[in-house]
Ligand binder design. Structure first.
Ligand SMILES: [Fe+2]
Length: 337
């Protein structure tokens, strides 16, 4: 049984537990989410120089479209204003900034009618983020920047919440992916050869659940949910923002969604920083996930080329957190849709 909680007022702890059970939370636009989407719209519209970004794909070759959106993404991702706006969202949603860790947000586009389905416009096949090395307690926040329809939204496939899917996650290595995969995304225009963990069995994607909300609305879900990009037949390019959070106490206690079929190598935990001060995940917690010294290995953290990385200096870790330590593990995400 899956429930969609709409504008729920339960606190963050209760919300997380329900999300770990596979429930979905949907929220109406709020001041903080509207502000983030308005900022993204400003950057997008500036980049398209007066063209309607939702229709621009029809007036230029796909190579030119890529030239516009490829630099736009890192600009948004690493803009200091973006970090501030995300923090405001976490505050408005009642998250404790001392225990909530966030990764960098993504700005995604899904063009219509198969115009661009690879590289910077990659259309995600059905997947769990945990196949991509997300921890099982990872939560995904997804916001449309412009109005969407069912035909350019994202889909959940809830029957697979508890049902394993044969997949390639066991041959997915998160660190290899960071080294060779994501930074080359802009080179993939006609096809995409990056190694992605895919299902290796036929899936029954229906019944599927799609959520259509207003710009600045939020869909909040577990990274362990099987989800996919809806093939866009709407006639409009979809632009969306997604970011991920983990609660460090849940990370330390290995609380989270059940692991039904995710066996990647490595963890994306190093991508997360504490919302209060951008401190990294403490080494002793990484160690629980089989990780060694986080500062020594090249390529363990995704850093796109040619961008100004603000606030990436590791800050002093205040030991406010977890005294509760448990045992091993490693799990998994990267993408949303
Ligand atoms: Fe995803």
């Amino acid at each position: 049984m899956h429930t969609v909680y709409f504008d729920s007022k339960v606190n963050d702890q209760v919300r997380r537990q329900r999300l770990y059970e596979g429930q979905l939370f949907v929220f109406s636009p709020r001041p903080s989410t509207i502000a983030l989407c308005e900022f993204a719209r400003e950057l997008i519209e500036e980049a398209f120089e007066g063209l309607d970004p939702r229709k621009a794909q029809y007036s230029m070759p796909v190579e030119d479209f890529v030239k516009i959106v490829a630099p736009l993404k890192p600009r948004f991702i690493h803009h200091p204003r973006t970090k501030e706006l995300i923090r405001n969202i976490l505050i408005e949603f009642g998250c404790d900034l001392n225990t909530t860790y966030q990764d960098v947000p993504r700005l995604r586009n899904a063009t219509s009618d198969g115009y661009l389905t690879s590289g910077v416009g990659y259309a995600f096949h059905p997947h769990r983020d945990t196949w991509y090395s997300a921890p099982l307690c990872q939560l995904n926040w997804w916001l449309p920047i412009y109005g969407i329809e069912s035909e350019n939204s994202m889909a959940f496939h809830p029957r697979y919440w508890s049902q394993p899917v044969q997949n390639e996650s066991s041959s997915f290595n998160y660190y290899e992916y960071n080294k060779t995969g994501r930074k080359d995304a802009a080179k993939h225009i006609k096809s995409d050869t990056r190694k992605q963990p895919r299902p290796t069995e036929a899936l029954e994607l229906d019944p599927q659940v799609r959520v259509v909300c207003e710009p600045g609305g939020v869909v909040l879900f577990s990274g362990a949910h099987l989800h996919s990009t809806v093939p866009n037949t709407s006639g409009f390019t979809r632009y969306s923002i997604d970011f991920r959070t983990v609660n460090i106490e849940d990370v330390a206690n290995q609380n989270g969604a059940p692991n039904v079929d995710s066996y990647p190598q490595g963890t994306s935990l190093r991508d997360f920083v504490r919302a209060s001060d951008l401190a990294p995940v403490p080494a002793q917690i990484l160690a629980l996930y089989g990780e060694q010294d986080p500062d020594t290995d090249e390529g363990l953290v995704f850093k796109p080329d040619n961008i100004q990385l603000e606030n990436t200096q590791p800050l002093p870790v205040r030991q406010t957190i977890v005294e509760t330590v448990l045992v091993e593990t490693e799990k998994a995400p990267v993408p949303t849709v």
